[in-house]
Design a protein around this ligand. Structure first.
Ligand code: KG4
Ligand code: ZN
Length: 393
């Protein structure tokens, strides 16, 4: 089956074409059926992403109305290019998938209305996909079959709008077991970058600056939050206070007056200290989640912040165990080893390829593919609405 996927939930306009194993047919009721034997397999035929980062770097953040207008300008050419790159015509597409939740209202509307229109005009079934599902399923895009994450799994979803730990007993089953009570971690990276005078988006800028910094130079607090929940607004304020203190300025000094007064070294040290603290906070909770679910076989890290190199390195160090080297090598013959649980067994830690960590449509297609295989019915193309705040279900 060939899937055309569309993504426009924030500031990237994206379209992709994927081919998944299985033959899809649609009956008179617009219900889909999949003839399928063997294991699921996905091939990415094209992947087009137009980013508005250059526009918003000037403003230091996303302006929703500008984002929506920009989506409107490029959405049809982006879809056209995705079909062209895949070497396919619309007639060869079996199904359309689109992000309908969550995200910026105007941004979501452009992708969703475009997908609805195409589904109606071309007579294709339409799948409405949740953005966080897509981020999780970015981990199924590059893997060889044998290396797909195994269930049950724990997903740490870290993006500009979300910070959640999600338990998945199987495909397309999502149980939120931890969530942020205030800011998302990506948002915190962006806000701290602003305080330090680093460009938008803050995540990559902080990671770059941190390379020259000493993470131990400043000590930042870890919030005390019960269960598997997170809180990041205190960390942002802690950085602000530490910068004011370092510059011997009163706490009433507005944050926009600080950046110019920092030396390059101070900026790098603050970036490194913040990055290390944010990563530690994420991994402490993730480790607690794995401890509470020792049956979990995989940990999947997803969303824009999953691009962070320190997070990748430390997640592998903390969550995999020596025995995991065998698993990583694909040697899993020992039955005792197979049934062992964490920490003896370790979990395998997965990250999306860097090009699939941020927003893209390939991941939307991957999520839709596994929804289709799980028997989810298509949505009503005439009625699909956006859901800017709906949690993953
Ligand atoms: O998933 P995403 O592209 O968009 C949303 O769905 O929100 O995530 C964007 C977020 C931004 O906050 C950005 O600063 C952060 O991901 N980000 C990073 C890195 N690359 C992007 N954060 C930390 N380290 C990075 N290397
Ligand atoms: Zn995203």
């Amino acid at each position: 089956m060939k899937i055309l996927a569309i993504e426009s939930s924030c500031d990237e306009t994206a379209a992709a074409v994927l081919e998944g194993s299985g033959v899809l047919s649609v009956d008179d009721e617009n219900d889909v059926r999949v003839d399928f034997s063997g294991s699921p397999a996905l091939k990415l035929l094209s992947n087009v992403v137009v980013s508005q980062i250059d526009i918003f770097a000037e403003y230091g953040g996303v302006i929703p109305e500008v984002a929506a207008r920009s989506h409107l300008e490029v959405v049809l050419p982006v879809i056209d290019k995705a079909l062209q790159d895949a070497g396919l015509t619309k007639d060869e597409i079996d199904v359309i998938a689109v992000t309908h939740a969550p995200g910026l209202l105007g941004s979501l509307l452009i992708g969703t209305l475009t997908a609805r229109m195409l589904a109606i005009l071309w007579g294709k079934p339409l799948y409405a996909v949740h953005h966080l599902k897509s981020h999780i399923y970015a981990n199924w895009l590059s893997a060889e079959n044998s290396q797909y994450p195994e269930f049950p799994l724990l997903a740490l979803v870290v993006s500009g709008g979300h910070t959640q730990i999600i338990y998945m007993a199987d495909h397309n089953q999502f149980e939120i077991i931890g969530t942020t009570r205030d800011d998302a971690v990506g948002e915190c990276f962006d806000k701290v970058a602003k305080i330090l005078g680093l460009p938008y988006p803050g995540g990559p800028a902080i990671a770059r600056a941190a390379e020259q910094g000493d993470p131990k130079k400043y000590s930042l607090p870890h919030p005390k939050v019960e269960n598997l929940d997170f809180s990041f607004s205190g960390l942002k304020t802690a950085v602000l206070r530490a910068v004011q203190a370092e510059l011997n300025l009163p706490i009433t000094t507005p944050s926009f007056e600080l950046a110019d007064k920092l030396s390059e070294q101070q900026r790098a040290d603050f970036a490194a200290a913040f990055q290390e603290t944010a990563v530690e906070i994420l991994l402490e909770k993730l480790e607690n989640a794995v401890r509470a679910h020792p049956e979990a076989r995989s940990v999947v890290i997803a969303g824009g912040v999953s691009a962070n190199a320190l997070l990748r390195k430390k997640a592998v160090e903390r969550l995999s165990r020596a025995s995991d080297a065998k698993l990583a090598a694909g040697v899993e013959s020992d039955e005792a080893q197979k049934s062992a649980k964490w920490p003896e067994r370790g979990v395998r830690v997965y990250f999306p390829e860097l090009k699939f960590a941020g927003d893209n449509a390939a991941m939307v297609g991957a999520a839709a593919y596994f929804e289709i295989l799980a028997g989810v019915k298509p949505t009503d193309s005439y009625a699909l609405d956006i859901a800017p705040r709906t949690p993953i279900q």
